[in-house]
Every structure is written in structure tokens, then in C-alpha cells.
Design a protein around this ligand. Structure first.
Ligand SMILES: NC(=O)c1ccc[n+]([C@@H]2O[C@H](COP(=O)([O-])OP(=O)(O)OC[C@H]3O[C@@H](n4cnc5c(N)ncnc54)[C@H](O)[C@@H]3O)[C@@H](O)[C@H]2O)c1
Ligand SMILES: O=c1[nH]c(=O)c2nc[nH]c2[nH]1
Length: 552
């Protein structure tokens, strides 16, 4: 009976699945035993005594659990560093990577890291619960930047960190020390338009009217009076890193040389965890386990499992499958692998907007704008394009944009057959998509916009950043000689998806004659649409009917 293979052997065919998992934490090599697939990274870190990383909301919204993850990217041949929420990252998702926690950055015994020192001096910490998360977000930004970041980049990197006592001003002030400075303030006084009686205050570095008394070398600002300050301003120049005696942790050379292996691990309650490295093996697994849950960032599944108590028996992490990670610029558009992370997508869009003719990138611009409000940096660093599409959540910020942009989805079944679906035909209802259980989303094709075609986003939420939309929309205007066309897709809570039609399509509605067209006119048109949309929402949620708004 030697030729008969048991289930386990069949599963192992073709690929050398292994249970050998390792991880570096703050420069120390850790072997991860089998049986921990149910654990998140934060649970593991705190279990091994690294309690600096805090568990706040547990759903990627507050940033108290932020750590930095580094891995070697074979494509770019570089180490990449990024902030992640340890509360959502499954432990095995960081296999073969280096995790740096706040303990690995600096401490009072070995010296505070300049980021920590500046934070303390600027009074950025009160209860201290959120502090490690802020430090790690800033640390990840600095480690991943080739040049000093701009103030805008610093604020962007902190969008996923919440503080409930200090307020953000001292925190931003503390981190501004590390940003690009306007040298003119210090070197070229004449470039400052100083009013009479004003000069550059040595304490604040800004124009002010305070001056030391003649014969006194105590500057009034130092005493906290002249600039209306009630505390001694931070003397940034004192933060020169000289008290930091610890060596900055490098990327472990061991990981540079290490060959990645496909993983087959397990967890509590019989949970199976796979990390295939090839598409073929992913498809085989999907054939064997049609109900298996695919994972990329785990920012949705993690919440389902922990907060909604949903149980999955088989999890397949698809982060390392090359076909799902393509980002390929074609003549007619951009091909985006389903596992491409949103930060990566954002970078690509920014590059394309600079390089390609403006006519072609209206969709790219609108995605850039919407991604600003999508989530904090930690989430965008791990959340995938495909994960957002396949969740098919009615509040998705991006799905209305895929529809408005005429995107097409490439779907592959477990036998390798590929089909295309238009984004607008893919979403069937509340968290329902046009995909069979043996199918997965392979990639997304985003066509370039045509001349006289404009795509625009809309999102209304309780707060601007990092919040779920109450109303969202993706709109497209295409201006033609014979008559212009507006298509609008979106949702209003669940109601939108509960409607028989999930989109509004107003054909042949003339908005402007072509000869009247200019960018301002189109912008005005969008502005009208969105402001009327908001007004309607304020008067009555839905009763008026969105179609009425557009038909009026
Ligand atoms: N937690 C937050 O703060 C936050 C904020 C914004 C967005 N999000 C989430 O980001 C998610 C996207 O990122 P993610 O990568 O973390 O999702 P994920 O790993 O949690 O997967 C989400 C869903 O998509 C499915 N999926 C993923 N890739 C697939 C593929 N190629 N084919 C078929 N199904 C696939 C998964 O099985 C799962 O059902 C969105 O769903 C959204 O809800 C979370
Ligand atoms: O598209 C999305 N946008 C969001 O802000 C969000 N939050 C959770 N899940 C989300 N999905």
C-alpha cells in the first residue's frame, strides 16, 4: 500500500512546507514554536515581558500598540521599515522579520533615544499610555526616510495614534525637531519680514517682540513670559543625541541570508495556518479548503475573530505570493496585485501623477485624496487592496472609486481559470461579492482616465481622519459632444447596499457644453453635487432619495 498517500502527504506535495519559524525582537533571535497561530504579535510581545507596547482599542484605531517591523525586500534589495499595529498583526505574519518595540529604542538606564528625549522635554506625555505608540510611529518614519521628513509627513505618520490627555501640540512640537527646517529663519534674517521692534527669538526661533533687558543675559522668553508661554520652551538645540549610549539596532544579517520557506503551522482549537510562496500552492490549498480565509493585513479578519467572535479553521496568509504583489504600469492602465498594500499603492499613484499626462491620472489623484482619510499609517502599511475589495463593506472608502474609475477585477479559480469582472458588477450587496468559494481575487486593472473624463471622491464621516464613512461616493463625469454623462456610486450606511440598485447612473445629463469646459467648471460641478448631498443628509437621512438630488 506504499503508493497510497494520507491527507497530510497530499497536502505537502510540491512544496516543502515547514514549521520552522523565527523572528528577531529588538535584535534577539527567537524561535517561534508551532501551535501559536491564534496569537497576535502584541500578545506574544507582552508574554515575553515586553510590556512597553500597550493594548488599547484592539482594532487598529488608537496606535498604542505600534511597533516597527523590518524585512528584506528582495525586489528592491533593500531593508524596509514600517510601523504596524501589533494588536492586529498575527504573530506568524512577521516570521522572518525584525520587530523593534519601544524597549529596543531607548530607556532611562541606557539613555533615551533622541526621539524620546525630545518627547519628554516637550511635555508630550501625561498618563503615558499612548507614548510608546507615538515614539514608534516617529521612529519608523525616521528609519524609513532617506532625508529628514517634512512636517506634513510627520503629521501624516501620527494620524493613527490617539492621545486622550496631552493634546497633539506638544507631541508635534517634540517631533518637529526632526523635520526639514526652514534654514532661512536661522541663516538669512533678511528673508524674514520682521516688523519693527521684532527680532528672531532665540528661545522659540520665531519672530517676536521680546528682547533681553540691556545688561541682562536672561531672555524674557526663557522665563516664560514674553511669548505668552507658561512653561519653559523646549531648547531643541540641546537634543543632540549625546546622552544616547545605546547602539541603534541594525537589521539582523542572519535575515538577509535566510531563505524564506512556505509555512504550515497550527494554533489553538485545531486552527491551521499556511503561508504559501507560490500561486499554484495557494490554489491547491483553496481547492482543499474552500472555506479557508485568506489573509493579508488581517485588519478585517482580526477584528472579526477577536471582537465579533467569528471562527475560522484555516487561515492562508497570501502576503508572499508574487502574482498577488504585482504593480505593473501598462499602456492602458495600472495592474495592481490583490495583496498590494495601500501604502505601496499610494506611493505608486503619487509617482504616476508626476510622470504621466494629467488627463490619464484623474482616478489616481482621487485615490490619493481618499487614501488620506482611509486609516492610520500603521493600517495602510499592512492592509491590502484586495482585502478591502473582498470585504465588500458598504462603508469602504475605495470601492465606490473602483466602480467610478471603470476598474476591472481579475478572478482566478482553484483550477487556474481566469475571468474578468467589472467593479460595478462585482459588489452584490452588503459584504457580498460575485466570487465563488473556490475563487480568489488575483488583481485589479485600473484604466487611465480619458480626455474629458474626471473622477472624484467624497466621504462624510464623524471625524475627518481614520473614521468610517457615513456617506461616501465615487463619481465620474465624462464630457462628450453629444451630451455629458455622470455616474455616481456610493453608500449610505447599509441602506445604500440594501437598495435594488447599488449605484446611480444618470445618462445624457448635460452639465456643461464642451466649449464651456475648464478645470474650474468641472470642480464646481463636483462641489455642487457633494454639497447638495451633504445638505440632503442633514435634513433627512435618506427619505428624500439620493436619486432626487441628482435629478433635480
Ligand atoms: N482596522 C482598521 O482600522 C481598518 C481601517 C481601514 C480599513 N480596514 C480594513 O482594511 C481591510 C483590507 O485589508 P486587509 O488586507 O487587512 O484585509 P484582511 O487580511 O483582513 O482580509 C479581508 C478580507 O478579504 C479577503 N481577501 C483578502 N485577499 C483576498 C484575495 N486575494 N481574494 C479573495 N479574498 C481575499 C479575506 O479573506 C477577508 O475576508 C478592509 O477590509 C478594511 O475593512 C481596517
Ligand atoms: O474602506 C474602509 N475605510 C475605513 O475607514 C474603514 N475602517 C474600517 N474599515 C474600513 N474600510
Amino acid at each position: 500500500m506504499g503508493s497510497l498517500k494520507n491527507e497530510e502527504e497530499i497536502e505537502l506535495m510540491g512544496e516543502e512546507w515547514t514549521k520552522e519559524a523565527i523572528l528577531y525582537v529588538n535584535g534577539v533571535r527567537k524561535v517561534l514554536p508551532d501551535g501559536l497561530a491564534h496569537l497576535t504579535l502584541i500578545e506574544y510581545l507582552r508574554d515575553i515581558g515586553l510590556t512597553g507596547t500597550k493594548l488599547g482599542c484592539g482594532e487598529g484605531g488608537c496606535g498604542a500598540c505600534t511597533v516597527m517591523v523590518s524585512h528584506y525586500d528582495k525586489k528592491s534589495k533593500k531593508c524596509v521599515h514600517y510601523a504596524v499595529n501589533a494588536c492586529l498583526a498575527p504573530l506568524y505574519s512577521v516570521e522572518g522579520m525584525h520587530v523593534i518595540t519601544v524597549e529596543g529604542v531607548g530607556n532611562r538606564k541606557h539613555g533615551l533615544h533622541p526621539i524620546q528625549e525630545s518627547f519628554a522635554r516637550a511635555h508630550g506625555s501625561q498618563c503615558g499610555f499612548c507614548t510608546p505608540g507615538f515614539i514608534m510611529s516617529m521612529y519608523a518614519l525616521l528609519r524609513s526616510s532617506q532625508t529628514a521628513p517634512t512636517e506634513e509627513q510627520i503629521e501624516e505618520c501620527l494620524a493613527g495614534n490617539l492621545c486622550r490627555c496631552t493634546g497633539y501640540r506638544p507631541i508635534v512640537d517634540a517631533f518637529r525637531v526632526f523635520s526639514k527646517t526652514n534654514d532661512a529663519v536661522y541663516t538669512n534674517m533678511s528673508s524674514l519680514s520682521l516688523k519693527e521692534g521684532e527680532f528672531v527669538c532665540p528661545s522659540t526661533g520665531k519672530p517676536c517682540s521680546c528682547r533681553p533687558e540691556i545688561g541682562s543675559n536672561v531672555h524674557p522668553c526663557k522665563e516664560g513670559v514674553a511669548c505668552g508661554r507658561s512653561y519653559e520652551p523646549v531648547s531643541y538645540s540641546e537634543i543632540d543625541g549625546s546622552t544616547y549610549t545605546k547602539k541603534e539596532l541594525i537589521f539582523p544579517p542572519d535575515l538577509l541570508l535566510r531563505k524564506l520557506n512556505p509555512l504550515k503551522l497550527s494554533g489553538f482549537g485545531g486552527l491551521k495556518w499556511y503561508r504559501p510562496l507560490e500561486l499554484q500552492h495557494l490554489l491547491e490549498l483553496k481547492l482543499k479548503y474552500p472555506d479557508a480565509k485568506l489573509l493579508v493585513g488581517n485588519t478585517e479578519v482580526g477584528i472579526e475573530m477577536r471582537l465579533k467572535r467569528m471562527q475560522y479553521q484555516v487561515l492562508i496568509s497570501v502576503t508572499h505570493v508574487p502574482e498577488l504583489n504585482v504593480l505593473s504600469v501598462k499602456d492602458d492602465g495600472l495592474e495592481i496585485g490583490a495583496a498590494v498594500r495601500l501604502t505601496e499603492l499610494l506611493k505608486t499613484f503619487r509617482k504616476l501623477v508626476n510622470e504621466r499626462p494629467a488627463d490619464e491620472t484623474s482616478s489616481c489623484k482621487t485615490f490619493i485624496e481618499q487614501l488620506k482619510w482611509f486609516a492610520g499609517t500603521q493600517i495602510k502599511n499592512v492592509a491590502s487592496v484586495g482585502g478591502n475589495i473582498c470585504t465588500a463593506s458598504p462603508i469602504s472608502d475605495l470601492n465606490p472609486l473602483w466602480m467610478a474609475s471603470r476598474a476591472k477585477f481579475q478572478i482566478i479559480d482553484s483550477k487556474g481559470n481566469i475571468r474578468m469582472a467589472l467593479a460595478e458588477d462585482f459588489f452584490l450587496g452588503y459584504r457580498k461579492v460575485n466570487m465563488a468559494s473556490d475563487e480568489i481575487l488575483l488583481s485589479i486593472f485600473l484604466p487611465w482616465t480619458r480626455r474629458f473624463e474626471f473622477v472624484k471622491e467624497f466621504k462624510q464621516a464623524h471625524r475627518r481622519e481614520d473614521d468610517i464613512a457615513i456617506v461616501n461616493a465615487g463619481m465620474r463625469v465624462y464630457l462628450e459632444e453629444k451630451g455629458s454623462r455622470i455616474d455616481c456610486f456610493g453608500c449610505v450606511n447599509r441602506l445604500w447596499w440594501g437598495c435594488s440598485s447599488i449605484y446611480l447612473c444618470i445618462e445624457d445629463k448635460r452639465i456643461y457644453h464642451r466649449q464651456e469646459l475648464d478645470a474650474g467648471a468641472v470642480a464646481k460641478c463636483f462641489e455642487n453635487l457633494t454639497s447638495r448631498y451633504c445638505d440632503q443628509r442633514r435634513c433627512s437621512w435618506w427619505d428624500g432619495g439620493v436619486s432626487e438630488i441628482f435629478n433635480s
